[in-house]
Write a protein that binds this ligand. Structure first.
Ligand code: 13P
Ligand code: SF4
Length: 365
């Protein structure tokens, strides 16, 4: 479901939760957690706020959270602290008796909303005419369940930023070409790292329904959906230049959702977990400029006082949709576990093929 559709069925949080003090809210979470024990499971993505992440039973990047959801068959209530597509993934990978709850239905992902199923089907029809049966679709998990289902039905798989290389290699073992949805930057960065030349990559523009490419189309190996992350696109080449000038000893590490030009001139690039591991392993006194979401960067700064850590972009904000999940919404969702308002339920018709796409990724990861 797109975030627009989700918002149409959004029930707003009652005012009383906004009036509660931080202490009252925290006490209520502890009370519910103690009462329900293993019947309740709270996974939290690394981009979540500290006030929420402190109560997570597990934290992780999108791959780890998908793996954990697939493994958990015990919890009756999975209160997912992350964004809509992650909760959909958890619902697809868990059993019928398990209920996945998103504390705020407005917690979407602008990137996932850049590919809808009608656009994708139109694109596919046109690409089949141009290239015949030579293309395998891959979708970043940051996509709707309907896109995952389309990809699964057409032999493809999902990818995350931590297994994108493995999955692109896997895709090239099946077919000559890849359609990579919806993040052009992750697709471009991954393919380029695997040796695909930039002139072998085309862009599919879903707004004009056209392929953007100059030259002989038989040379195209990767078709990149024209989508992006509005957070990671805010890291620029100028940010890298300014950081190098001001802090010549700093290591620049960025997420592969950043533009190719930024990744190319940075020192290291990798998923959220890759960034966290690099900082954890780094020697005291080392200096880091990080190009990723701000809640995570601030947490790394707080947890590593022995290292100098800054955001690559000094004017960066957190991901606004990740930030919709706050303590009042968490408490509200815990108080209304039997309510259906915030339940994420992917229809069985969509879930079946979406699960195929996810499983093809999980067995390769
Ligand atoms: P990862 O968790 O795969 O690093 O992805 C980052 C992201 O943008 C999640 O929305
Ligand atoms: Fe989506 Fe970007 Fe936010 Fe991740 S950081 S949830 S990709 S908008």
């Amino acid at each position: 479901m797109s975030i627009l559709a989700a918002m149409q069925k959004t029930k707003m949080i009652p005012e009383k939760y906004k009036q509660m003090s931080r202490e009252e809210l925290e006490a209520r979470v502890i009370e519910v957690k103690n009462k329900l024990g293993s019947r309740l499971y709270i996974p939290g993505h690394h981009y979540q706020k500290d006030e929420v992440i402190q109560f997570a039973d597990a934290t992780g990047d999108s791959l780890k959270l998908a793996q954990l959801s697939a493994e958990n068959s015990e919890a009756e209530y999975i209160v997912f602290c992350g964004v809509h597509f992650m909760a959909e993934t958890a619902d697809i990978l868990t059993s019928e008796h398990q209920k996945v709850i998103l504390p705020d239905m407005r917690a979407g992902c602008s990137m996932a909303d850049m590919a809808d199923i009608d656009q994708t089907e139109r694109a596919w029809d046109k690409l089949q005419v141009l290239f015949g049966d030579t293309i395998l679709p891959l979708t970043y998990v940051n996509s709707t369940a309907a896109i995952k289902s389309f990809v699964g039905a057409n032999g493809g798989a999902t990818v995350t930023s931590s297994n994108a290389e493995t999955m692109v290699k896997w895709a090239f073992e099946q077919k000559e070409r890849i359609l990579f949805l919806p993040d052009q930057h992750l697709g471009r960065n991954t393919a380029a790292d695997l040796g695909v030349r930039l002139d072998e990559m085309a862009i599919w523009n879903p707004n004009t329904d056209k392929l953007e490419y100059e030259g002989d189309i038989s040379k195209i190996k990767v078709i990149l959906w024209k989508g992006h992350c509005s957070v990671h696109e805010n890291f620029t080449v100028q940010n890298v230049k300014d950081t190098r000038e001001q802090y010549p000893d700093m290591t620049i590490i960025v997420h592969p959702e950043c533009r190719r030009e930024v990744v190319e001139i940075s020192d290291m690039a990798g998923s959220t977990s890759y960034i966290i591991n690099a900082i954890e392993k780094a020697a005291p006194g080392t200096q880091w400029a990080i190009g990723t979401e701000m809640n995570l960067v601030n947490r790394l700064i707080k947890n590593h006082p022995d290292k100098k850590i800054i955001s690559l972009n000094p004017h960066m904000c957190p991901c606004l949709t990740m930030n919709r999940i706050d303590l009042p919404h968490l408490v509200w969702s815990l108080d209304t576990l039997e309510d259906t308002a915030n339940v994420i339920k992917v229809s069985p018709e969509i879930a079946e093929n979406a699960k195929l796409a996810l499983e093809r990724m999980l067995i390769n990861s």
